[in-house]
Design a protein around this ligand. Structure first.
Ligand code: NAP
Ligand code: F7E
Length: 346
């Protein structure tokens, strides 16, 4: 009988951390995840997985931070993982303009500290770096693949390019299995509530239940290649099982504007988005990535990967989820158990 593989996931509390740990646990991996200390426990997304898998010893959490390099090297030594997935990042592009130093420290030296811990391990450990379509900059209306030029437009994108290049350099210099997934936007009901798709679907649920009256957004003309996060973590896993470490683009090959997302999402509950949405400078970025469209033919051909959920299905599954969430919120508000939160806390 073969023993379980061991994975270490940084950023396990995030959207992709949830989907990836679920996938690996279902494949019988032992999954270790890093959690940052916060004043409230913030494992909400993975709580159901903790309840199911932690008593069996299959899901183990550790306090760590990418900025604490000693915690990374001691964890790698302790766990002796077969695969490390580096999902941790300050991943909000607009916040990266407001907190550029933190974003850059985590994205560059944080990622590099983890690579160093793996490089000095005696075990041959595979490494996945969460690279991003933001690295391309999105000025021209063209399809982007693994060889497209990297023209960063934000501190977030610049830090991702550094880690992307260091991962390639370590792969080539030390013959390490370091692989880079260049993922275009991927969303889900587990998406952070300050990213535009979730902000929209969450607002629709709250508007329908009378908790919120309007939705304030920034630039509605930006265009993104939006896929479903569950499909994208399967791609991460496949990259790590491929015989050679490489760079891989994952994308749907379709792009839509924020306005198109609004139209489909509001129409699905028979509302007209223009009656509710306003635009504020607060959500505009100092430098915008206008247009992203990915060409994932390499992954489709060599990894046999393809996205299964269409754009329309993605919007619907997010709206349906957030309608139910707002219904529960409304019951709590009506019973004076919670106070309604302001629609734009940040
Ligand atoms: P996310 O929901 O924002 O999750 C980010 C994770 O990183 C969270 O677990 C967060 O912990 C953790 N983290 C932040 N700073 C950290 C630090 N200093 N040390 C350790 N952990 C830290 O992001 P996601 O959407 O799951 O994305 C996963 C990764 O893929 C990120 O690196 C992101 O940049 C990249 N990416 C995402 C997309 C996308 O469309 N989703 C596309 C391309 C690339 P807390 O919960 O404590 O904040
Ligand atoms: O913005 C516009 C905004 O924040 C999408 C991250 O996961 O994907 C994500 O980065 C677009 C932008 O995602 C609002 O200006 C309008 O053009 O949802 P977003 P992002 O910046 O594309 C990439 C691939 C990553 O790697 C990142 O980690 O929507 N937009 N109004 C808005 N965006 C936000 N957040 N909020 C608004 O009110």
């Amino acid at each position: 009988m073969s023993s379980s593989k061991i994975a270490l996931i940084t950023g396990i509390t995030g959207q992709d951390g949830y989907y990836l740990s679920k996938l690996l646990l279902e494949k019988n991996y032992i999954v270790h995840g890093t959690v940052r200390r916060s004043s409230n426990i913030n494992t909400d997304r993975i709580d159901p997985l903790i309840a199911e898998y932690s008593p069996k010893g299959m899901l183990i959490l550790h306090y760590s931070d990418l900025l604490d390099s000693s915690s990374l090297s001691s964890l790698v030594n302790l766990i002796q993982p077969d695969e490390v997935y580096n999902l941790a990042a300050q991943s909000h592009v607009n916040v990266s303009f407001k907190n550029p130093i933190f974003t850059t420290q985590v994205g560059t030296l944080g990622a590099l500290s983890l690579m160093e811990a793996i490089r000095y391990s005696e075990k041959r450990i595979k490494f996945y770096q969460a690279s991003s379509s933001e690295m391309f900059g999105g000025k021209e209306r063209i399809m982007l693949d693994e060889n497209s030029p990297l023209i960063p437009k934000s501190p977030y994108a610049a830090s991702k390019i550094f880690a992307h290049h260091m991962s390639q350099i370590y792969r080539d210099s030390y013959d390490l299995f370091f692989t880079n997934g260049i993922l275009f936007n991927h969303e889900s009901p587990y998406r952070g509530e300050t990213f535009v798709t979730r902000k929209i679907t969450k607002a629709i649920g709250r508007i329908q239940h009378g908790i919120q009256s309007k939705l304030t957004l920034g630039n509605l003309d930006a265009s993104r290649d939006w896929g479903f996060a569950g499909d994208y973590v399967e791609g991460m896993y496949l990259m790590m099982q491929h015989e050679t470490p490489e760079d891989w683009v994952l994308a749907t090959g379709e792009t839509h504007t924020v306005k198109e997302f609004l139209e489909i999402a509001f129409n699905s509950v028979n509302l007209n988005w223009e009656d509710y949405v306003e635009s504020s400078e607060k959500y505009f970025r100092p430098n915008e990535v206008d247009y992203l469209l990915g060409d994932s033919s390499k992954a489709r051909k060599k990894l046999n990967w393809e996205p299964k959920i269409s754009f329309q299905e993605l919007v619907k599954l997010m709206v349906d989820h957030d309608m139910k969430e707002a219904e529960r919120e409304k019951v709590l508000i009506d019973n004076n158990l919670i106070k309604p939160t302001w629609e734009n806390p940040i």
